[in-house]
Design a protein around this ligand. Sequence first.
Ligand SMILES: NC(=O)c1ccc[n+]([C@@H]2O[C@H](COP(=O)([O-])OP(=O)(O)OC[C@H]3O[C@@H](n4cnc5c(N)ncnc54)[C@H](OP(=O)(O)O)[C@@H]3O)[C@@H](O)[C@H]2O)c1
Length: 234
Amino acid sequence: MVRRVLVVGGSKGAGALIAQRLAGSGYTVRVLARDPVAAVARLGRDIEIVEGDLTRAETLPRAVEGVDDIVFTAGVPSGRYAPESLVRATDYQGALDTMAAARAAGMHGRFVYLNSIGVTVPSLSATLLNLLKGNALVWRRRLEDNIRAGGLDYAIIRVGFLIDSPGGKRAIRVTQQALPLAPWRWIARADVAEIFAEAVENSSASRATFDIVWGSGKRSGTAAELLAGLKADR
Ligand SMILES: NC(=O)c1ccc[n+]([C@@H]2O[C@H](COP(=O)([O-])OP(=O)(O)OC[C@H]3O[C@@H](n4cnc5c(N)ncnc54)[C@H](OP(=O)(O)O)[C@@H]3O)[C@@H](O)[C@H]2O)c1
């Protein structure tokens, strides 16, 4: 049976690339979108669009109905000021409400969560980001604890700074030693999309938390090979 995957955050950025990659790999893909018209224009008609907003919990049951897995990449926009109330409502409570709706709908598959590197390791970059964007890394760390305790299968993937650049060129470093946030730790959204698409079903990613950033040198190994050494969280 073809699995149906909901991508929350799939209307743009890394989430849109993940949605397109999953659809290209044969999954049935649904995207939650605040602006369905813009989402259809961006994603085309092969991807189902369901109107909804993370800050309006009552819109989420329809989005999760009948889905096998969820990829969650949504968040308040980066690189500009955001009040803590908005960050908490979107990045934290929105994700909790999505998981609650999924459990209520009887979802048995995986919740694949996109987080930032540096949520557990102090750094100047993390301090500055928290000041600019309403303690985002604090809320996102708290969310990780809820995901691990929440009863759904999950993968928590922390990414470095995201750039728009072709994927498959640079080595991808996959590590379970938490990295500090730093401006030189980055990765292409296209590479992120490849790893996320693999993590939906890869057994090594189940209940695992790991960081992905560009390493040195050229890319070698498939996404499955890159995830092969992962250990489940304790
Ligand atoms: N940029 C970086 O360097 C970086 C680094 C580490 C982690 N991250 C995280 O990675 C994720 C993807 O980043 P990105 O730059 O590729 O994408 P992005 O452009 O920040 O897209 C964020 C997505 O979240 C959605 N969203 C925001 N608020 C929402 C709400 N209330 N209800 C439903 N959807 C909502 C947006 O939908 P709309 O289309 O409706 O706006 C959009 O699809 C984000 O969570 C970001 O915080 C980013």
